[in-house]
Write a protein that binds this ligand. Sequence first.
Ligand SMILES: *[C@@H]1O[C@H](CO)[C@@H](O)[C@H](O)[C@H]1NC(C)=O
Ligand SMILES: *[C@@H]1O[C@H](CO)[C@@H](O)[C@H](O)[C@H]1NC(C)=O
Ligand SMILES: *[C@@H]1O[C@H](CO)[C@@H](O)[C@H](O)[C@H]1NC(C)=O
Ligand SMILES: *[C@@H]1O[C@H](CO)[C@@H](O)[C@H](O)[C@H]1NC(C)=O
Length: 562
Amino acid sequence: MKLLIGVIIAVVASATIIVALTISKSTITKDSIEVYIPGQGAVLGRIDETSWRQQKFFSFRGIPYAESPKGNLRFKPPKSRSPWYGTFDARDFGKRCPVITNLAQINSSQLKEDLEDCLNLSVYTKNLDIKQPVMFYIYGGGFYNGSASDHLPQHLLEKDIVLVVSQYRIGALGWLTTLTDEMPGNVPVMDLMLALDWVQKYIHLFGGDRKRVTIDGQSAGAAMSGALLLSPKSSEDYFQRSIVQSGSIMASWAINRQPLQQVERICAALACEDCKEKQKQFECLKQVNVLDMLKVTEDESFSPVIGDVQGILPDEPQILLANLNRTIPLMTGFTKHDGSFALATFYNIIVTQYGSILHLTVREFANKLIDIGKDSTGLSNNLLLRLLFKREILDTHNHKAAWPAYIDIANIIFIKSPMIAYANALQRKAGSKPIYFYSFDYMGEHTRFGYEFGNSQYPFEGGVHHSNDNIYLFGTHQLNEKDTKFAKKIVDLWSSFVVNGVPKVEDEEKLLIKPMETESGPYFHVNAAVTLGVDILTELTATVDDPENYKLIIRNDISKHS
Ligand SMILES: *[C@@H]1O[C@H](CO)[C@@H](O)[C@H](O)[C@H]1NC(C)=O
Ligand SMILES: *[C@@H]1O[C@H](CO)[C@@H](O)[C@H](O)[C@H]1NC(C)=O
Ligand SMILES: *[C@@H]1O[C@H](CO)[C@@H](O)[C@H](O)[C@H]1NC(C)=O
Ligand SMILES: *[C@@H]1O[C@H](CO)[C@@H](O)[C@H](O)[C@H]1NC(C)=O
């Protein structure tokens, strides 16, 4: 039975009159909307406006799709949400999954609530009763942070698409595993699978077409999108296309190589009784208070594991990719200086360890940075030193001259190379579908470098920083006129890929963005004017090749800052 038959939104003069035309299980008033989800319950949404054309759209901010993963469900695969009585109020965002910084901001009575009850998804749509393509967004946040409320829809909803932003478990509460039934591992990937399953079942009630779903993941979310494509447990129905921004399941940071040591270490840090035995680890960890868990894991990093009990990632990503019997259209790319945030973290570690980077030569600093890529053959070290540095500075302490090269190393090791590897592996498959590759080069007023990442004290600038693309895709920042013009372009590119599988810009009719014909190109530059590029490999040296790269070195007297 079709529940929602006809709804029309008529704008008359300055007043907005909203009329439900036909018998419908949805009820619309001036500022709210109720949709009935069969087998679940009713949800109450709100009516919002898009940024540029003030179009009305419906926002459901946090529809539960799973039971709270607390108590016996902690660390376990998510359980579908059971039906609720009455109307679930989704006019405001519910809880984000627990992050230490955000818990610090809440009061003692909120701390006593169920903090783990965060498995919900937000749905945004202008129209409830047509079939629109769906963009399913997967946030980043290093596998320990991220929320739906950080990804606001007012830009993307200018287009006729349905946007879904699903929360998934993060940090220790999501990723800790003993690789046994008690703590099987990779449950955050299963959270997203359950959310995608929810989309298959219910998105038509919100005007979405379940047969045209594009998953879009950024940073850690990009790695999650890779896990969803590669996992043999993922249904082929879940999505038909993928956008991958600034991350890759092939990156060294995307896989946790020592999950068992980690769970033992955290068990011990919590002063649990017997941390040698897996069963005991579980019994202790499952009842630990959320805040305590977050406190002892502040310096831990989390990510997917290989060989989890449920068979989500039964093998190395490159092997799963080689065996994958499926290819899908892909749009993928990085920001020009995508690794500068990682360089900042690395710089911090070196300063903590040595007091000053001046205790290291350029060669030593570069080698330590390259070693994070874990290439034991020395090949990466040798080639990168040869490619990015003037020989004369390698054995000096002239770090100032080396910052652009360091930024390129970080770009290559953490982001660019593993992303190209992912795209190329998909491209090599029989019957491969179009792959569009971009470099995001736009420098606007805002950046995620500095305040937001707490990394402004470094002797270099962040450049076109990690996550700067999202400043324009999502309605989180107040944009000036120039940045607004650019935001319209990136929204065109993303939404046209979601709608047609081809990135396009509305006001650049002559621009024809081509998919890759070889493993290195062509590709395109996402900038104030979108331009075409020939060879994506030239982007590996984007910083050292840039005649204006001196702008990335913000302080002359580095000794003061190292
Ligand atoms: C988010 O989902 C959980 C269920 O997992 C729910 O209990 C919570 O209240 C949710 N949403 C909102 C808007 O509060
Ligand atoms: C998590 O992200 C939020 C922004 O959404 C930020 O305010 C917070 O500081 C971050 N927390 C950590 C631990 O990085
Ligand atoms: C805690 O914060 C919530 C939400 O801001 C508020 O409703 C509540 O009254 C506060 N409780 C206390 C004890 O301060
Ligand atoms: C892919 O197809 C081959 C041949 O049909 C089959 O043997 C193999 O198991 C399939 N792989 C996966 C991961 O489904």
